[in-house]
Design a protein around this ligand. Structure first.
Ligand SMILES: Cc1cc2nc3c(=O)[nH]c(=O)nc-3n(C[C@H](O)[C@H](O)[C@H](O)COP(=O)(O)OP(=O)(O)OC[C@H]3O[C@@H](n4cnc5c(N)ncnc54)[C@H](O)[C@@H]3O)c2cc1C
Length: 449
C-alpha cells in the first residue's frame, strides 16, 4: 500500500472506531424526568450568602440536621459573588466585638492566602481600614468545606417556590435544575438578604420607595493612574480611574493590594426575584460597557481593559422584615444595649443616596450598637428567623447594620436560637435570651453584656 492511501485508511479505521453510534441519531438516553423527592430536616437555611453561610455552619455544628438552599453556584453572597471581599467590622475602639464562626472563616482565609490583618490596636481615622480583605476564591472554598464538615446538605441552583406552615412544620417546595424537592423543616431561617421567604410565608415586609443603588464591581488595567493628565479628563471619571477610594488609599498606603474594587452604580438594583436581579445585572454590565468606551477616548487611557468583573450586581438595600422589634437609628448611634442583644454591630450610618453623596453618621467614642433577638423574628411568626441585611430595622439603622461582620454575627445567633427552639420545643420568640447567649458563648461568639 502506498503511504498516502495507508494514512487515509488508518484515518478511516480510527474514525470508524469512535463514531459509528454517533452517525445514526440513536436515542442514547431516556428523556429526563424531573427528580421529585421529599426530605426532612431540623433547620432549613435559605440563602448561602454572608449571613446564611455562617448560619448553616453553626446549625450543623449544634448537631441539627441542616439543609442550605442557595440559588447561585457558590457560597458567600455579597462577600464573594458580589465582590465586597473585605468584611467589616469585627473590632471597635481597640477591642474585638464580633468573633465566632464568621471571624474563624475570615482568619482562615487570611492565613491560607498569606495575607496580613490590619493592626486592630490602633484606632484608624477611616473606619474601613479595620475591614479585613479576603481572597474571595479562598473564602468560597473554605466556607463550603466548613459547611460540609458540619454535615450541611448544600443545595445549589435551587430556590423555594412555595412556603407553607402546616402542623407545626415548614413545608418548602424547592425547585432547581431537573429537581423538585419538598423539604419539611422544624425551623426556617431566611438569609436571602431580601426577606423573600418571609414574604412567601405571609409576613409583612418594610421598604421605602427609594432604595440605595447597587454596584457592579470590576477592576481595570492597562494604564498608569499616576501618569494620567487628569486636567484632560472630565472630573466625573477620576474616581473610576483611581479604582475607587478604597483601592486607591490601600494602594497608596501599600497595604493589601489584591482587592479589585472599582464599581459602577446601578440605580434601583433589586435582587429579590430572578426578574429584578436580571435587570440589575444587565444594567450594571451596560453601565460598565459605557464607562469603558468613554474612558478609552481619553489620553493615556487608550489601552484600558477590564481585568475582572463580578458575575452579579451587588445589592445594598431591598426589603426588611417587620419584626418583633425594629432597631432605630437612635438605638444604633446611641449604642443602646438591648436586653435580648445577641451580637454587636459597628459601622457608621452609611446611606448611598443618589450616586453623588453618601449620608454618614459616625458612632461616638466607645459607642457600639447591639442587635436584639426580636429584630430577627417576624411579627406573628412561628419557628421562623431571619439573619443578614433584611433584619427588622429602620432605613438609617439598616444602612449600618447591613455590613458583613454584623450579618455574620446575626447568622450565628439565628442558628443557635433555632437549634435551642428545637431542643426546648418552643418557637424562637419564647426562648430565653439568656439561654441563647450562654450557648453562643460556648460556640465562641462575643455576646453583648
Ligand atoms: C456595593 C456594596 C458595597 C458594600 N460595602 C461594604 C463594606 O465596605 N463593608 C461591609 O462590611 N459591608 C459592605 N456592604 C454590605 C454587605 O456586603 C451586605 O449587606 C451583606 O454582605 C449582606 O449579607 P446577607 O447575607 O444579608 O446577603 P447576601 O450576602 O446578599 O446573601 C444572600 C444570599 O442568598 C441567596 N439568595 C437570594 N435569594 C434567594 C432565593 N430566593 N433562593 C435561594 N437563595 C437565594 C443569594 O444568592 C445570596 O447568596 C456592601 C454592599 C454592597 C452591595
Amino acid at each position: 500500500m502506498k503511504r498516502r492511501s495507508m494514512i487515509k485508511s488508518m484515518g478511516a479505521v480510527s474514525l470508524g472506531m469512535v463514531t459509528p453510534s454517533l452517525s445514526k441519531a440513536e436515542k442514547l438516553v431516556e428523556p429526563y424526568k424531573t427528580k421529585k423527592q421529599n426530605i426532612s430536616t431540623d433547620i432549613l437555611v435559605v440563602g448561602g450568602g454572608t449571613a446564611g453561610t455562617i448560619a448553616a455552619i453553626q446549625a450543623g455544628r449544634t448537631g441539627a440536621k441542616t439543609v442550605l438552599i442557595e440559588s447561585g453556584s457558590q457560597l458567600g453572597g455579597c462577600t464573594t459573588t458580589g465582590g465586597v471581599s473585605f468584611p467589616g467590622i469585627f473590632h471597635a475602639w481597640g477591642e474585638q466585638i464580633i468573633s465566632g464562626i464568621g471571624w474563624e472563616l475570615v482568619l482562615d482565609a487570611v492565613e491560607l492566602n498569606g495575607d496580613q490583618l490590619p493592626d486592630f490596636s490602633k484606632i484608624p481615622k477611616s473606619h474601613w481600614k479595620h475591614q479585613v480583605a479576603v481572597n474571595p476564591a479562598i473564602y468560597v472554598m473554605l466556607a463550603e468545606e466548613k459547611c460540609l464538615e458540619a454535615g450541611v446538605d448544600i443545595r445549589y441552583y435551587e430556590t423555594p417556590t412555595s412556603v407553607k406552615f402546616e402542623h407545626g412544620k415548614w413545608l418548602v417546595e424547592s425547585t432547581g435544575k431537573g429537581v423538585k424537592t419538598i423539604i419539611s423543616a422544624k425551623q426556617l431561617i431566611d438569609c436571602t438578604g431580601n426577606a423573600l421567604i418571609a414574604s412567601m410565608a405571609g409576613y409583612n415586609l418594610l421598604r421605602e420607595k427609594e432604595t440605595q443603588p447597587g454596584s457592579l464591581v470590576y477592576s481595570m488595567g492597562g494604564y498608569d493612574f499616576d501618569k494620567l493628565d487628569l486636567s484632560k479628563i472630565p472630573k466625573r471619571y477620576h474616581k473610576a480611574l483611581d479604582q475607587n477610594i478604597l483601592t486607591s488609599q490601600i494602594r497608596k498606603t501599600g497595604e493589601n493590594t489584591f482587592i479589585p474594587y472599582g464599581y459602577v452604580y446601578v440605580y434601583g438594583a433589586d435582587s429579590t426575584t430572578s426578574e429584578t436581579h436580571t435587570v440589575a445585572n444587565q444594567k450594571g454590565r451596560q453601565n460598565l460597557l459605557q464607562l469603558i468606551r468613554e474612558l478609552r477616548e481619553f489620553p493615556g487611557c487608550e489601552n484600558i481593559r477590564i481585568t475582572s468583573m463580578k458575575t452579579e450586581t451587588a445589592v445594598r438595600e431591598t426589603f426588611r422584615i417587620d419584626g418583633l422589634y425594629k432597631i432605630t437609628k437612635e438605638d444604633y448611634v446611641s449604642g443602646r444595649l438591648h436586653e435580648d442583644a445577641l451580637s454587636y454591630s459597628f459601622y457608621p450610618v452609611d446611606l448611598h443616596r443618589d450616586g453623588k453623596s453618601i449620608y454618614q453618621e459616625f458612632l461616638k467614642l466607645n459607642t457600639v450598637a447591639s442587635i436584639p433577638m426580636r429584630a430577627l423574628i417576624p411579627k406573628n411568626s412561628e419557628n421562623f428567623l431571619v439573619a443578614g441585611r433584611c433584619l427588622s430595622s429602620d432605613r438609617l439603622a439598616n444602612s449600618a447594620l447591613r455590613v458583613q461582620a454584623s450579618c455574620m454575627g446575626m447568622g450565628q445567633a439565628a442558628a443557635v436560637t433555632a437549634s435551642l427552639s428545637i431542643e426546648e420545643g418552643v418557637t424562637p420568640a419564647k426562648i430565653s435570651p439568656g439561654l441563647v447567649k450562654k450557648r453562643l458563648k460556648e460556640f465562641g461568639a462575643i455576646v453583648p453584656s
